[in-house]
Write a protein that binds this ligand. Structure first.
Ligand SMILES: [Zn+2]
Ligand SMILES: [Zn+2]
Length: 328
């Protein structure tokens, strides 16, 4: 992990002039989730995924890059549940579970406007299953990496609210604080033992459970940031760090430690849950595809076409403007 972090730091230093800084920090957590998820897999899958561990790790962030290249990508990463209910109401009574019923009640335009992550996870699992059925190595790799990303996003409380970066409550920056800065400061101390991937009977229910867990944690996420701010002397909330050739204002280590301890390790718990969930959805897609023998594919490399496609995506990310919401 240390090595990974070093590589990552070098990458940031080299590219800091034209890469949105905050997005890079979020990348760190996504890569970690995808990488560690591989170790939850049963033997029949582990060899294949281990062989492609660098691909699965590096491309954990493709869906965020796709926000710069593809219209309609952004809503796949979140759902603003609080748009749909008033205080005191049960969000899960208001929002139908299935896509069809939700479209009937709210229209597709509205759902796209406020995010579709639980349904997108279900759709991606189906695509991965089809890729396994066809033994299409490019698509197995691509969808595996992608699905880890969306599952990761569904486990972030701030991906379930219109107030995703604290603008409405004078807490701007909280998004990067929660999902990037806290991970960056603490992730070497996390215990990544999460157990083995399991079969998921109902993928849509499973995705909704992730979203509910995130949404239920929102009150604490906002309240404890306020408490931490009140408790720490105002000149200690932020510090300055040199990143490549720029100096960046960041939440201080002291502030992060205080917030982390108030939340009783919530970020670590959500990351671990995302890891186990990612492994479980990969495993479920493979089982539902009839458990194809992956040893035949183990040493096959992704095609040149796929590599070129992903290079184009990376170019769009570095040189384009994002379409729709990003984590900032
Ligand atoms: Zn995302
Ligand atoms: Zn985010």
């Amino acid at each position: 992990m240390k090595y990974l972090f070093l590589l990552f730091t070098v990458a940031v230093s080299l590219s800091v002039t034209h890469v949105p800084k905050r997005a890079m920090w979020g990348f760190f957590g996504h890569k970690k989730i995808n990488r560690i998820s591989i170790f939850t897999l049963p033997n029949e899958m582990f060899g294949f995924y281990k062989e492609h561990i660098e691909y699965i790790t590096e491309h954990a962030v493709d869906p965020d890059k796709r926000r710069y290249a593809v219209d309609g990508e952004a809503p796949c990463h979140y759902i603003d549940l609080d748009h749909y209910y008033q205080k005191g109401e049960d969000p899960y009574k208001k929002m139908p579970k299935t896509w069809k019923a939700a479209v009937e009640k709210y229209t597709e335009d509205t759902l796209q406007a406020y995010g579709i992550v639980p349904w997108h996870i279900q759709r991606m699992k189906y695509r991965l299953q089809k890729a396994f059925e066809r033994k299409n190595i490019d698509l197995i790799l691509k969808y595996s990496a992608d699905i880890g990303h969306y599952i990761g996003d569904a486990h972030v409380p701030l991906h379930t609210t219109e107030n995703y970066n604290g603008k409405m409550t004078n807490q701007v920056g909280i998004h990067g604080l929660w999902e990037s800065r806290l991970v960056e400061v603490n992730s070497d101390n996390y215990d990544y033992f999460v157990g083995k991937a399991g079969y998921v009977d109902n993928v849509l229910d499973f995705a909704w459970t992730a979203v509910k867990g995130s949404h239920n944690a929102l009150d604490s996420v906002f309240r404890m940031e306020i408490e931490s701010t009140e408790e720490i002397p105002s000149n200690l909330k932020y510090s300055y760090e040199r990143r490549g050739n720029v100096t960046a204002k960041v939440y201080s280590k002291e502030f992060c430690d205080l917030y982390h301890s108030k939340m009783n390790g919530m970020v670590e718990r959500r990351i671990k849950r995302a890891v186990l969930s990612t492994g479980s959805i990969w495993y479920t897609a493979w089982v539902d595809a009839g458990q194809p023998d992956l040893r035949e594919l183990q040493f096959t490399k992704p095609s040149d076409e796929l590599i070129q496609e992903l290079q184009a995506l990376d170019d769009a990310y570095h040189h384009g403007l994002h379409k729709g919401r990003i984590c900032d």
